[in-house]
Ligand binder design. Structure first.
Ligand code: PHE
Length: 342
């Protein structure tokens, strides 16, 4: 048989065999019989050493055309096998969108999100509205309007990320106080959850990105008693038991008087650990009565209206509730941490 005929007969055989493929694996195997490394066409090509240059050229061309043809057969069969497969599976396999998921198939809310929603529920049930604000803020909303005038030394309490255009990443949700005071007419009660940023050295109890919920009440004759009462309700609801608290004087330029509300450390039960820096107490909640200058700057008359404000750190609160001893877990993306049921 001359070389040309040999190719023709391989091609004929290939068409038959390939068309007879029942599955795609079958098809791949059949293709390899002809154009794989050890395929028949490949074998023929290996034996052309004795031909003249002219013959080699013609033979080579034919062999290439034959290989292309075989690829075409394969492609055709593959397409029809696929169509057949999908039309059969579409009819036999049903996807039940109402089937309940197995626990390992679901995602879940991050513990910080969960506690945020819970706190929102507690406050909305007491008549508070929820406010929002941007994460990139103006210097005015984050500092100036909160009585940190000019280069007030209290700015150093909050190491700040500045953007190149002179704005900043808000260092606290108190910026939303400012926005709210301008937007709403008193009396009002609001909370404002949000992500805040500080240029912190990261360790077991400090992160550069964390969460706060700001709270603010403005009305007639609002006093420290209203503040303490509200905080007690909140802590009792969150921890589902009476929580030991202490108030210390605290300084923030936008409250007067200002306090630090501490709770006894729930990770170590007050005996001292890395979270409470071995003091037994955790600073949970700075608060105070809104400074008259802050009201004035927002166009509210401090002779007529008073109010209190607080800033609740969500990360610490979650750490207390679940006895988590390292704040770095929250952003770690560690599934062993996240898969625990909170
Ligand atoms: N914004 C302050 C902080 O993050 C906390 C604060 C809020 C203090 C409200 C008093 C009143 O440090």
């Amino acid at each position: 048989m001359n070389a040309g005929n040999e190719i023709e007969s391989i091609l004929e055989e290939a068409q038959k065999v390939i068309n007879g493929s029942k599955t795609e694996t079958d098809l791949d195997n059949n293709k390899n019989i002809f154009i794989g490394k050890k395929g028949k066409l490949t074998a023929v090509l290996k034996n052309i050493g004795s031909l003249s240059i002219e013959e080699k050229k013609i033979f080579g061309q034919r062999a290439n055309q034959a290989a292309e043809k075989i690829e075409e057969y394969v492609h055709k069969v593959r397409t029809s096998l696929k169509e057949e497969y999908y039309s059969v599976t579409l009819q036999t396999e049903k996807f039940d969108t109402t089937r309940p998921l197995k626990p390992e198939e679901t995602g879940s809310l991050h513990p910080i999100t969960k506690i945020q929603y819970e706190i929102e529920d507690i406050f909305t049930s007491m008549g508070f509205s929820i406010m929002d604000g941007p994460e990139v803020e103006t210097d005015y909303n984050n500092f100036e309007a909160l009585n940190f005038t000019g280069d007030h030394p209290a700015r150093d309490m909050q190491d700040t990320f500045y953007t190149s255009d002179g704005n900043l990443l808000r260092t606290h949700t108190s910026a939303i106080q400012v926005r709210t005071l301008r937007e709403l007419k008193p009396p009002f009660k609001i909370i404002a959850p949000g992500r805040v940023f500080r240029y912190e050295e990261v360790d077991a109890s400090h992160e550069n990105t964390f969460y706060q919920i700001e709270g603010m009440v403005v009305g007639k004759d609002i006093s420290v008693s209203n503040l303490i009462y509200t905080m007690n309700v909140l802590l009792k609801e969150i921890f589902q038991k009476e929580v030991k608290v202490r108030l210390r004087p605290g300084y923030f330029p936008f409250v007067e008087p200002g306090f630090e509300l501490d709770i006894s450390c729930m990770v170590c039960d007050g005996s001292g650990c890395s979270v409470c820096k071995h003091s037994g107490w955790v600073e949970l909640l700075p608060c105070g009565l809104i400074h008259p200058n802050v009201l004035k700057l927002a166009g509210i008359d401090p002779a007529e209206w008073t109010g209190f404000a607080f800033g609740l750190g969500l990360d610490r609160l979650v750490m207390m509730r679940y006895a988590i001893n390292d704040i770095r877990f929250f952003h770690s993306g560690n599934l062993r941490f996240l898969k625990q049921s909170f």
